[in-house]
Design a protein around this ligand. Structure first.
Ligand SMILES: Cc1ncc(COP(=O)(O)O)c(C=O)c1O
Length: 404
């Protein structure tokens, strides 16, 4: 293990018990990666000089082409964020009634449906991949079901074959929320070309950001045309609309940021990968803490450091560990607690949904995400790992003191 100065040495020194926090400044999960500042500034200057700020500008077009090439799909439509991109994709696909999604996802997956009065029906996940379990979907299908939205959580691909097979058998549309999965592959094929369409997020917290932003990708020309019209109010010509649309356009400054960050994408991934390797090495052997691994044979963005906490061994619960880390200024996050089915309005609509979601219910109390990305350095990671080791080694004593 790397030796680190100022690491917490004894439990009396924990900030929880009145000691000085380990870090003077908060360490966030998802602190933005920023590519070459000068390149960004040059692009922004050009945008201002040309006074073309949005509406099909050259930087948005260039970004769309770069994404389509990188992912290996025919069409990419950039949008203002992934939530609106999901809403548009859902509408363009003609989804209605009920759509099956995991509950273990960011709330936007569910809200994008409910916003259009389509009911999200939550199905359970495979505890090994944290993604939808195709075997659990069949029992959720009713005559009102029109589609499935799989979520490639943490960049880990869903069981695409399993989901496609169920969708095909029941005549359902298949959309993927790929907010986490830009730059990731599945069996050697880049994520983006599966199902009817896929949606990426380039939000500031994603490893590749366009400040705010998202994109829908597909190989279906007709669908791509619909996405492009719907994100621009449905305008087919200056003064003509053929169906309802919204304002989902990405602006030029966002596209400039996206293009600038794309230039550094390999560097961001290399840092994430190195961080993940270091966490894996330094957390190894801590009882009750396991780190989600990524398939080394696939392309992966290593965007998330996902721990699973087994309280039976750590004694301290996931929430207690999180609270102690927060006191030390490590702002670990319990993504995606408590599960969409336990958040409003879904909890009121279907108070017993959890009965069919045993794996989700377990996982929401186990997951803890740690800081990574270009804003976190090697020494900080070592300190975080040493802290976690100290907490687990002294779990019983700390828990006793907490309960006093
Ligand atoms: C799984 C998932 N879907 C959708 C979104 C929404 O993305 P955006 O913030 O770009 O709207 C997020 C954002 O974090 C997400 O994690």
């Amino acid at each position: 293990m790397r030796s680190v100065e100022n690491a917490v040495k004894a439990i009396d020194e924990l900030a929880l018990f009145g000691g000085k926090p380990m870090f003077a400044e908060p360490l966030h999960v998802g602190r933005p990666n920023v590519g070459n500042r000068q390149n960004f500034e040059l692009r922004v200057a050009d945008i201002l000089d040309r006074r073309w700020l949005t509406n099909g500008g050259k930087y948005v077009k260039e970004l769309e082409q770069r994404i389509a090439d990188l992912v290996g799909v025919k069409y990419c439509v950039a949008m203002c964020n992934a939530t609106v991109a999901l809403e548009i994709a859902i509408r363009a696909l003609g989804l209605s009634g009920e759509v099956i999604i995991p509950s273990f996802t960011f709330i936007a997956t569910a809200h994008a449906l409910q916003w259009q009065e389509i009911t999200p029906v939550f199905a359970d996940i495979d505890p090994r991949t944290h993604t939808l379990d195709p075997a659990k979907i069949e029992q959720m299908i009713t005559p009102r079901t029109s589609g499935i939205i799989g979520v490639h959580l943490w960049g880990n691909c869903c069981d695409v074959e399993g989901l496609s097979e169920v969708a095909k058998r029941h005549g359902l549309k298949l959309l993927f929320d790929s907010a986490h999965a830009f730059g990731c592959s599945y069996r050697g094929t880049m994520i983006g070309g599966f199902g009817d369409a896929e949606v990426f997020s380039f939000h500031a917290t994603k490893f590749l950001n366009s400040l705010e932003g998202g994109a829908v990708v597909t190989n279906n020309r007709e669908l791509a045309e619909k996405f492009a019209l719907m994100k621009n109010f449905g305008f087919t010509y200056y003064d003509r609309t053929d169906y309802i649309g919204t304002n989902g356009k990405m602006n030029e400054i966002s596209a400039a940021m996206g293009l600038t960050n794309l230039e550094s994408m390999d560097d961001f991934i290399a840092v994430n990968r190195r961080n993940h390797k270091q966490y894996a090495e330094e957390l190894a052997g801590i009882k009750g803490i396991s780190l989600l691994s990524y398939d080394g044979r696939e392309k992966c963005n290593y965007q998330y450091i996902v721990l699973e906490i087994d309280q039976g061994q750590t004694i301290l619960s996931r929430n207690q560990l999180m609270e102690i880390l927060h006191k030390e200024n490590v702002l670990a996050r319990r993504y995606f607690y408590p599960g969409c089915h336990r958040m409003e309005p879904y909890r009121s609509y279907s108070p017993h949904a959890g009965m069919l979601l045993p794996e989700t219910e377990k996982l929401v109390n186990r997951v803890l995400c740690l800081p990574t990305g270009t804003a976190v350095n090697e020494s900080q990671i070592s300190k975080i790992c040493q802290l976690l080791r100290l907490l687990v080694d002294n779990g019983t004593e700390i828990a006793t003191r907490l309960n006093r």
